[in-house]
Write a protein that binds this ligand. Structure first.
Ligand SMILES: [Zn+2]
Length: 73
């Protein structure tokens, strides 16, 4: 799968988002079948060891973008 836009820095995400339990973009809790798996990502922190994280996002991108907008305002 191709990621349409660059992923945000993992350091700015909640643990739930890093583990793929809530949406990478809007933070909504995800349910199986209503989410998009963005695949394994590798984080390379400035200090410490690199590690894998598993972002997921809402399958309904329009609703997701709307929630993200509301969070930002
Ligand atoms: Zn979302």
């Amino acid at each position: 799968m191709t990621v349409a836009r660059g992923l945000p820095p993992v350091s700015g995400l909640t643990e739930q988002q890093q583990r793929g339990r809530s949406c990478l973009w809007c933070g909504a809790v995800l349910t199986v079948g209503a989410d998009t798996d963005l695949g394994e990502q590798r984080a390379r922190p400035a200090t410490g060891a690199a590690y894998s994280w598993f972002p997921r996002a809402c399958a309904d991108t329009a609703a997701c973008a709307e929630r993200e907008r509301r969070h930002a305002s």
